[in-house]
Design a protein around this ligand. Structure first.
Ligand code: SF4
Ligand code: SF4
Length: 187
């Protein structure tokens, strides 16, 4: 496993990097506790100075850590507020890359794209999905291509297909029914 393949391997706390100037998850995640929609700044967020209710912030905010803060193999210069995206494990068989809508192509830049594809190929082989989310748009990263699902998969289950045939392994994705197991808030 190369450094980048290992970069988003299942995180094991404790936190090894402080968030510093970053507050990107305070914008991109929905927070039911405040009726805060995804993609809008939390009313308590003071970009540049932090959370205005830091001492009393809800548990959902206390417990969330993105991969950059917990995984030493993730490059230090992938700090989410600079990269304009962050990575987290939303469920056992899925990593999500949440991208700032104002910088929708950030993850495709030369610096990030090749390592991200390497990671996605490694995980697809293990049956783990890597999905880029830009607002309600979903792009599934497969070893041989990216599958742009547009907004069709919002709220739906996304299923990774992995079949072995005479030509080797073939990957594809399907959109399933309502995603009843979708995390309502970051976990
Ligand atoms: S996205 Fe990661 S680094 Fe940024 S504030 Fe959230 S947990 Fe911290
Ligand atoms: S309460 Fe604080 S930590 Fe939680 S989303 Fe709002 S600004 Fe971020």
């Amino acid at each position: 496993m190369t450094t980048h393949e290992a970069a988003i391997a299942p995180a094991t706390p404790p936190v090894i990097r402080e968030c510093g100037s970053c507050m990107l998850c305070c914008k991109l995640f929905p927070v039911k506790h405040f009726d805060k929609p995804a993609g809008k700044w939390c009313v308590h967020a003071k970009p540049g100075s932090g959370c205005a209710i830091h001492e009393t912030r809800p548990n959902v905010c206390r417990s969330f850590q993105c991969e950059w803060t917990t995984n030493a193999l993730m490059p230090a210069d992938w700090q989410p507020d600079k990269a304009k995206f962050f990575i987290f494990r939303s469920r056992p068989n899925q990593y999500d890359i949440l991208v700032e809508s104002g910088a929708p192509h950030s993850w495709r830049s030369e610096k990030y794209y090749a390592p991200i594809k390497q990671i996605a190929a490694s995980y697809a082989d293990q049956g783990v999905l890597v999905i880029v989310s830009i607002g309600s748009k979903r792009i599934v990263l497969l070893p041989d291509r990216d599958v742009d699902l547009g907004t069709r998969a919002e709220g739906k289950e996304i299923i990774l297909i992995r079949e072995t045939g005479p030509q080797g392994v073939r990957y594809d994705v399907e959109i399933g029914g309502e995603d009843k197991n979708a995390p309502q808030e970051p976990v």
